[in-house]
Write a new protein. Structure first.
Length: 281
């Protein structure tokens, strides 16, 4: 082989490798851990982001162990587990996994978190029920039924107290949770709304969703939105602001007006959906 020919061959080979890796990503960037990986980061004294780009996972640290919110799915679950380790914590300390709802992107890694770390999985009765039925969007290893969260139920771990709220619509048993986060020791009321997407059908479910939004709007003093999809709470944008925050400046995740505005937007979108659903009858 002449030198020129060899160079041409090598550059064609590199081109082909590059092209196939791009194509592999384009096939499923959503499910690709390389594409989806986000450096884990601390948001509050006791709360960390260990999620992916498109779907979130959060760790609440207590003096008696860790509480993981959502498990990601497939190979993306590695992002949460590696993230916990990279932040200097031990996944063996995960005491509870709170699953916001039984769609693959939140529940998909639950069985693995149970099996590998002995975590107790918490979900509502309605969404445990979903695990007995065929998965809607994507299959996942079914977790063993552990704890059932009820509306108004609480869970204590160390000094942390979680309060559960059933906010159905997105699924029949969406689980929302309120808890306290600390900013340099100063407490703030945080809520995770467990299912904000309007990808469901029917007047009845839409009404459930509207009722859930109304319930969340009735909660007093919510200051922090902890979303289970990054996009629902501008997590990465707020992180940018957090990294450049100067001493004495407000915490960019403490945003009561943002919470209120978000719920208003969700309510307006659901009212539009209701008109559509009614027109189908
Ligand atoms: Zn969902």
């Amino acid at each position: 082989m002449t030198k020129t020919l060899r160079l041409a061959f090598i550059s064609a080979l590199i081109g082909w490798i590059w092209l196939s890796s791009v194509q592999a990503q384009e096939n499923s960037p959503r499910d690709d851990p390389k594409f989806q990986r986000v450096e884990p980061f601390q948001v509050f004294d006791n709360l960390y982001y260990v999620g992916a780009k498109w779907v979130s996972a959060w760790v609440l640290e207590t003096d008696q162990g860790l509480i993981l919110f959502d498990s990601l799915y497939g190979e993306l679950t590695d992002i949460a587990i590696d993230g916990i380790r990279d932040l200097g914590m031990d996944p063996d300390d995960i005491r509870y996994l709170i699953v916001s709802h039984a769609h693959f992107d939140h529940i998909g890694g639950a069985r693995r978190i149970q099996d590998e770390f002995g975590a107790v999985v918490v979900m509502t009765q309605e969404d445990w029920q979903m695990t007995d039925e065929p998965a809607i969007y994507q299959e996942y290893p079914k977790p063993i039924r552990h704890l059932t969260a009820t509306h108004g139920g609480t869970l204590n771990l160390g000094r942390e107290k979680l309060t559960f709220m059933k906010t159905p619509g997105h699924t029949p048993g969406v689980l929302s949770t309120s808890f306290t986060v600390y900013d340099n020791g100063y407490p703030h009321a945080a809520v995770m709304f467990g299912g904000a997407g309007l990808n469901f059908e029917g007047v009845e479910r839409t009404q459930m969703y509207l009722d859930s939004i109304a319930f969340l709007q009735s909660l007093d003093g919510v200051e922090v939105n902890i979303p289970n999809h990054e996009g629902s709470g501008a997590v990465f944008e707020r992180l940018e602001a957090l990294t450049t925050r100067k001493k004495g400046e407000p915490h960019p995740f403490v945003d009561p007006e943002g919470w209120t505005k978000w719920l208003e937007e969700l309510s307006a979108a659901a009212q539009e959906k209701m008109i559509e659903e009614r027109s189908k009858l």
